[in-house]
Design a protein around this ligand. Structure first.
Ligand code: NAP
Length: 265
């Protein structure tokens, strides 16, 4: 029997890409799933396509730039399913704008969606997890959380910040039964570049060439489930772009030469 059967899993960014693939993967395992994102109709579509119904799924739509309702959402999940086993902080928005062209307003929006939302949702569910004596928080970071890159300054900063926060939180809570998994995807074929924020706040509206032939969201989701199952602390998911993480760590000068030659797209 699957270890995820009847486990209550809350997935943000469930309306598209990696989050959508995660909904399908957990549905196949027999989990009870909470789907969140802004677009309610897309969440309904994903719920139906994954074969879920009102007994095993709950839709909570909201904007990650305002998580003031986090305590209320968590309470609704507890009222419906009685517990929260796994929170996957997946929802996010990338960036395609030079640092000097990005206003403070856009920077703060990107930090809210990619950083503060994960903190606020996690702080709302962790008390329930500690009460249960067990729980897992999954954070979808990025290889942009491992090194800076062209046109990604605030996005990369937000993803780096997640590592500092959640690595500290892990030390403070693991003895009480909480597990934290950091996931760093490289390139995954989703709408992430399409939806990325440009300097004027509009969507980039195009699929980056580097994403066209990237790993599928389904393959990414399957590796995330394995990471959760194996109680990993950090996993990298993707193709040859992941080498950059190792090169930066062990051969930083070579990394500097290689990264300068990469296309931002
Ligand atoms: N694809 C990659 O190559 C890649 C690489 C590294 C990291 N990641 C990370 O993976 C995660 C998922 O991205 P994806 O690739 O699946 O991209 P995606 O297809 O664009 O999906 C993004 C999801 O986040 C939700 N979202 C975006 N802004 C939101 C907001 N303000 N409030 C609530 N929900 C919001 C979207 O739903 P709504 O539009 O319905 O709100 C959507 O469900 C992100 O954290 C991203 O940074 C992706």
């Amino acid at each position: 029997m699957s270890i995820f059967k009847q486990k209550v899993v809350w997935i943000t960014g469930a309306s598209s890409g990696i989050g959508e693939a995660l909904v399908h993967a957990f549905a196949r395992e027999g989990s009870l799933i909470v789907l969140s994102a802004r677009r309610k109709e897309e969440l309904e579509r994903v719920k139906k396509a994954a074969g879920l119904n009102d007994n095993n799924a709950l839709i909570i739509p909201f904007d990650l730039s305002d998580t003031s309702g986090a305590a209320d959402y968590s309470k609704r999940i507890i009222e419906k399913f009685g517990r929260i086993d796994i929170l996957i902080n997946n929802g996010g928005q990338s960036q395609r704008a030079e640092a000097m062209a990005t206003s403070e307003t856009i920077e703060r929006q990107l930090m809210e969606v990619n950083y503060f939302s994960a903190i606020n949702l996690s702080k709302a569910v962790i008390p329930y997890m500690l009460g249960q004596g067990t729980g897992q928080v999954v954070v979808i970071s990025s290889i942009a959380g491992k090194f800076g890159f062209y046109l990604r300054s605030t996005y990369s900063a937000a993803k780096h910040a997640l590592h500092g926060y959640f690595e500290s939180l892990r030390l403070e809570t693991e003895a009480k039964g909480l597990r934290i998994l950091m996931v760093c995807p490289g390139k995954v074929k989703t709408n992430v570049s399409f939806n990325a924020k440009t300097a004027d706040g509009q969507a980039h509206n195009r699929m980056d060439e580097s994403h066209e032939h990237a790993l599928s969201a389904e393959a990414c989701a399957s590796q995330i489930l394995n990471g959760i199952k194996n109680q990993e602390e950090e996993i990298l998911i993707g193709g040859k772009e992941l080498l950059a993480v190792k090169i930066k760590r062990f051969l930083p000068k070579l990394f500097g030469r290689i990264i300068r030659k990469q296309s931002p797209y």
